[in-house]
Design a binder for this molecule. Structure first.
Ligand code: HEC
Length: 173
């Protein structure tokens, strides 16, 4: 009984050492054809559609329909409404998913302009006279964090309500 206990204890103590030897394997090689160091996305020169897939679609889904179960609002046919209320234009840049993405300011501007298309994710919500974002505009507001995102968002949504805009963001009942 006693020797069993000692063997058990020795194994438990030795386990982390065994793992430390196995991971990472210093002799591990890249898979053939996969040797190049990854290019950071801000330098990769992908299209807005690809950047959206890589940086946003994991939460917002490919068509911008979002996921209520995960608190991700619908952008499809809704996101353009933010441009119709005070502070909404800035909010779209400062919202964490945008501001903290790995994209540079110019890419972010191009991505928002890509979202804001009649035949794109903004769809029917796009304001009539859409003013495209520029990299300079993004740079000017991006780094001012929104300290309380749910409150800031709720305030914009109530401005929309007051204007008679239907709140079809997938979140409200
Ligand atoms: C980790 C999940 C996640 C990622 C990744 C993400 N978002 Fe979001 N996004 C959210 C959530 C959740 C909200 C609601 C506000 C909040 O809580 O931040 C939101 C809000 C927004 C909004 C404001 C719309 C609204 O109804 O509040 C926009 C616009 C937006 N995201 C665009 C993007 C873009 C573009 C990207 C990619 C560069 C992106 N997001 C990446 C989760 C994400």
């Amino acid at each position: 009984m006693r020797s069993l206990l000692i063997i058990g204890l020795t194994c438990a103590l030795a386990a982390p050492l065994a793992m430390a030897r196995a991971i990472p394997d210093p002799n591990q090689k890249h898979a053939p054809g996969n040797e190049a160091v990854q290019t950071p996305i801000a330098q990769a020169g992908y299209s807005a559609a690809v950047n959206y897939q890589l940086q946003c679609a994991g939460c917002h889904l490919g068509d911008g329909s979002g996921s209520r179960a995960n608190d991700v609002p619908r952008m499809k046919d809704f996101v353009g409404n933010f441009l119709k209320v005070d502070g909404g234009r800035e909010f779209l840049v400062r919202v964490p998913g945008m501001a903290q993405s790995a994209l540079n300011d110019e890419q972010l501007a191009v991505l928002i302009n890509w979202l804001m298309r009649k035949d794109g994710i903004a769809g029917t919500s796009l304001p009539e006279h859409y003013q495209p974002y520029t990299g300079e505009e993004v740079a000017a507001v991006r780094h001012r964090s929104v300290l309380n995102v749910p409150n800031a968002r709720a305030e914009l949504i109530s401005q929309m309500r007051a204007k008679g805009i239907a709140i079809e963001d997938g979140m409200s009942y």
